[in-house]
Design a protein around this ligand. Sequence first.
Ligand SMILES: Nc1nc2c(ncn2[C@@H]2O[C@H](COP(=O)(O)OP(=O)(O)OP(=O)(O)O)[C@@H](O)[C@H]2O)c(=O)[nH]1
Length: 348
Amino acid sequence: MTHPIDPQDMLPPDADELDASDEPEDIEDPDESDDTDEPEDDGDETAAIVHENPHCGLIAIVGRPNVGKSTLLNTLIGQKVSITSRKAQTTRHRITGICTHGDTQFVFVDTPGFQTRHTNRGTSALNRNLNKTVQSVLGDVDVVLFVVEAGRFGPDDAKVLALLPPGRPTLLVANKLDMVQRRADLMPWLQQMQARHPFTEFVPLTATKEEDTKRLLNIVRPYLPEQPWYYDEDALTDRSDKFLAAELIREKLFRLTGDELPYTSTVQIDKYEEEGRLRRIAATIIVERDSHKGIVIGDGGERLKRIGTEARVELEKLGDCKVFLELWVKVRSGWADDEKRLKSYGYE
Ligand SMILES: Nc1nc2c(ncn2[C@@H]2O[C@H](COP(=O)(O)OP(=O)(O)OP(=O)(O)O)[C@@H](O)[C@H]2O)c(=O)[nH]1
């Protein structure tokens, strides 16, 4: 499947041309390919459900913190399954997002940002754990999406690139294309990127644009093996509702505390009960220091209240249900260095 990239062919149109010319091709359904005599749309929906040669495969999304991996996954899946934040290092779990189009099921594995910051904590259990996760995720995928910011490549990107297994199809996804004004600026950068690694494809895109992510699926599709789907057609993630609830609260926590709170803070779900269309959820925000607890609670409990309200509203929207959310804050100093505790919080 490897073929050389011609930079001339691969460069995107200039920013001002993008809206008009960046129309995605529809995901093709092989059951409707040209070599059949089937009419293009016979209105028979059941015909699309039976796939003689289903394709399914694992796709890893890797890249340094903050390049937009979670944003990309969320747009691909069309629902929030991975938290996004301006704060680096917010993705810590291995999250699987699933989407099925035509005869193909795309199973996305969102890996944590490779730990290149916080070097004073470089030997902590948390960091060791994250790097192991990256390596193990890459060991069993069919395609790797190496995400960078278009036009940029720094030492943090280089460290992630060095982890990529040789011989595995790797697509260079140049994200945040909306920030690039002139395509000519990308040309020398792309040539340098090709010299760094034998990328099989170059996909410039804006992760927040659905049409761009559909185009990405079309490019990924030929790399996935012919095999039965792993999940149901309508599955979005293999993560539990409980896990998604923790992720959502964590997202609100980081969004509403800005740079004040260290990335080691986390959320644990203590209770998750379903009563018809009602969910009773109790969660604890775990921080490392008393001062961090004060940051989370805010003046007169104002900030904690807001985290709770925003998380509740989004949980209700996500689950189409009513939610009672209780939020607590606890200090457990040094938890990021304690391997056993990490396991109890699910960082395996
Ligand atoms: N302008 C622009 N911003 C983007 C794009 N994609 C992501 N972002 C922003 O970049 C920031 C980081 O995005 P994330 O999706 O959280 O990045 P990540 O790579 O998952 O980060 P970690 O969890 O730290 O590994 C957020 O503020 C996003 O809104 C894009 O295509 N264009």
